[in-house]
Every structure is written in structure tokens, then in C-alpha cells.
Design a protein around this ligand. Structure first.
Ligand code: NAI
Ligand code: MG
Length: 354
């Protein structure tokens, strides 16, 4: 039976519109080589241009229009500045994450040959890990409030929410990822010394879920020293799992240690595939370089590769990653990597090798 996937393609704003064609070029090459079909639906909404014309980021029936998709490939949202960032973000990406229950935020962190490493003396192979962030609850809630506002007695309370369901499912996903990797090592980010209720409980859930994964070595580290080790001893890590807040911080810190943000991919996953998952570069719309065809397309192409891996096309993912490796090592390279190639030249070079 032929394999076919329904993909919503949403370039969004700014350089999202420049890197998306390179993601699609690579996908096209992979589909030809590996014999699967992609049914692409190109979508103009979830962008600030759409907002300018309609006063909202997306049509009212956005959910129904995306629900039959296997995945969403997303560029970037935000800009022009006439639309405030919180409006563009909450009106699009955060709606996808919440309403499609994309409870895993996955960011691979890897140092490639040919990419100058901000950490002195590090070689490719020494930085190669996955950050798994809980994406729906934890510290990011709107529960709480302000009492005696504006007076000296002012009190502010912001609650964190850790459900057993929400915690176990992200831990289980992280254990499964660790089990499937050669090193089989899982670092659990915690702060059980300072956050004395939820974090010891989180550690206990890691022990409970870990019962099902006897082959995985577990290492619990306090978030403060863990952050320092991302910089000082990155070779210690294989898979790292963290709550929403800790994961948010780690998943920016990790990619910052491996070169330009133009390389960093991400996946927002609903692993059961009850809803579409979303794949996007970590970077935003980069208004400072938009319109010049100089953005690095690798984060977009790698995100597209993560999408194929999630859909079951592992060989196609590996071929795309291999092509990225070769181009980073040999060129052509965009300006953020010290080269002079355009977005199109670099994207074409990757696609040609797939
Ligand atoms: P940004 O990621 O757009 O840009 C930060 C810096 O990195 C800029 O100097 C930019 O030129 C550079 N850069 C980013 N991507 C690059 C690439 N592919 N190749 C080469 N250089 C690259 O973050 P910034 O400037 O804070 O935000 C700009 C807009 O993007 C804002 O409206 C913000 O809200 C939005 N944003 C959207 C995100 C998303 O859609 N997921 C994520 C982050 C920001
Ligand atoms: Mg962040």
C-alpha cells in the first residue's frame, strides 16, 4: 500500500516565508527517493498579514480545517510590529499546542562538523542530546491572582499544576526515547531541594514510570547545576526531560551551545496522533534579515526531517540529516555560518544530496 501523508504548510511571517520553500524542496526530494506521497495544503493564515486583513490570526473554523492533517509544518510567526507578539503567538502557535494537546516539546541539540562551537574546544560527537519538555501544564498556568493590588499589602499568587496524567506521559515518552538510543541514559531535571512539594513528587513519578524501563540509566540533577553542565560538560547528556519552565530554559540554552539559531529544529508532539503534531524551527521571523534571501534554511529542513521521522519515515529522516551534515561540513553556507550563500543555494545543496 502506498504511504501518503496530509500536511498543512504554514509559512507564517518574515523569514518563515523564505525558509519554508527550502523545507518543501527537501521533502520533495525525500518523497521521490523513498516512495511516499505528501498531500500538501498551503495555508496563508496564522500570519500577521492575515491579521491585518481580518483582525484575527486565524479563521474561526481553524481547528476543523486542520484536524484531518497528519502534521503541520510551520515557519515562524510575528511581525510586522503592528501586531503585538503576544497577539500573534497566542492567536496561533499556542492555540495549536493547547488544543491539539501537543504535550511534548522536543528539541534535538547537536554540534555538527563545520559549525564553529561557542564552547571552547568542543568537537562534533561531544554534544548530541535531546531535550524533552512538558508542553501543557506545570509552571505555565493562569491560575492565581492578586490581592490588595496597588497597596503595600499587595499579594500575588501563581499556581503550578502537575497532574499525574500529564507528568507520567512526558516521562514515559522520554524513557522510550532514551531506551531507543545507544547510550540509554535519561537525565531528569529537578529542584527537589527548593521546590519541596511538586519536585519530590515529580522525582517519585520518574521512579515509578522508570520501573517499566530497567535498561535506562536515570540521573536526577537539580536544574541549576544541570544548566551549568550544559555549558561545562555537555558530553554527559543523552536524553533530558524537564517540566514546562525548566524545559523552556534548557531548550534555549542547549541550541545556544551548538552554534547559530538558524540550525535549531523543534517538534510539538501529540505522540498518540489523536491530533496533528507541529514541526517548526526554533527561530522566529527575523525581521532584521527578512527579504534578503540570506536566512539559514537548515532549522526548517531539520524540522521537516523530524516530521518524517514522526510519521514513520525513518530512512527519509536519516537521509535528510546526512545531507545537512555534508553541506554544513563542505558548504555552501549562509552568512550566519560565515559563508556567503543564499537561502536558496544552501537549501538546494541539501536537497540535491537527499
Ligand atoms: P528571531 O529568532 O526571529 O531572531 C533572533 C536573531 O537570530 C536575529 O538577529 C535573526 O536575524 C537571527 N536569525 C533567526 N533565524 C535565523 C536564520 N534562520 N538564519 C540566520 N539568522 C537567523 O527572534 P526575535 O528577533 O526575538 O523575534 C522576531 C519575531 O519573531 C518576533 O515577532 C517574535 O515574537 C517572533 N518569534 C516567533 C517564534 C516562533 O514563531 N516560534 C519564535 C521566536 C520569536
Ligand atoms: Mg522559549
Amino acid at each position: 500500500m502506498s504511504r501518503s501523508y496530509k500536511i498543512a504548510v504554514i509559512p507564517g511571517d518574515g523569514i518563515g516565508k523564505e525558509v519554508m520553500p527550502e523545507g518543501l524542496r527537501a521533502l520533495q526530494a525525500a518523497s521521490q527517493r523513498f516512495g511516499f506521497q505528501l498531500e500538501l495544503e498551503h495555508i496563508e493564515w496564522a500570519s500577521c498579514d492575515y491579521y491585518a486583513a481580518h483582525g484575527q490570526m486565524m479563521p474561526d473554523d481553524w481547528k476543523a480545517r486542520l484536524s484531518d492533517k497528519d502534521a503541520i509544518l510551520f515557519g515562524a510567526v510575528g511581525w510586522p510590529a503592528t501586531v503585538p507578539d503576544h497577539v500573534s503567538l497566542w492567536g496561533s502557535l499556542l492555540k495549536f499546542r493547547r488544543e491539539f494537546d501537543q504535550y511534548i516539546n522536543l528539541r534535538p541539540v547537536r554540534l555538527f562538523e563545520g559549525v564553529p562551537c561557542p564552547l571552547a574546544g568542543r568537537k562534533p560527537g561531544e554534544i548530541d542530546y535531546l531535550v524533552v519538555r512538558e508542553n501543557t501544564e506545570g509552571e505555565y498556568t493562569n491560575l492565581g491572582g492578586v490581592m490588595f493590588a496597588g497597596t503595600e499589602r499587595e499579594i500575588v499568587i501563581q499556581e503550578s499544576v502537575f497532574s499525574r496524567h500529564g507528568t507520567d506521559r512526558v516521562l514515559r515518552y522520554a524513557f522510550e526515547r532514551a531506551q531507543s538510543r545507544p547510550r540509554k541514559q535519561l537525565t531528569v531535571a529537578t529542584k527537589s531541594n527548593g521546590i519541596a512539594i511538586s519536585m519530590p513528587w515529580w522525582d517519585g513519578r520518574a521512579d515509578a514510570v522508570g520501573q517499566d524501563f530497567p535498561g535506562v540509566r536515570v540521573d536526577k540533577q537539580h536544574i541549576d547545576i544541570l544548566s551549568a553542565r550544559f555549558v561545562l560538560q555537555p558530553e554527559r547528556f543523552d536524553v533530558v526531560v524537564a517540566s514546562n519552565l525548566f524545559g523552556d530554559i534548557l531548550s534555549d540554552l542547549g541550541p545556544a551551545t551548538t552554534g547559530t539559531i538558524g540550525l535549531a529544529p523543534s517538534a510539538n508532539l501529540n505522540p498518540e496522533r489523536r491530533f496533528p503534531s507541529l514541526f517548526e524551527p526554533v527561530h522566529g521571523s527575523a525581521p532584521d534579515i527578512y527579504g534578503q534571501n540570506i536566512a539559514n534554511p537548515v532549522a526548517m529542513i531539520w524540522s521537516a526531517a523530524l516530521m518524517l521521522d514522526f510519521l514513520g519515515e525513518r530512512a527519509a529522516h536519516d537521509a535528510m540529516l546526512g545531507a545537512i551534515e555534508t553541506v554544513l561540513a563542505q558548504g555552501p553556507r549562509t552568512r550566519d555560518l560565515g559563508g556567503r550563500a543564499s537561502t536558496t543555494e544552501m537549501g538546494t545543496a541539501v536537497a540535491t544530496l537527499i
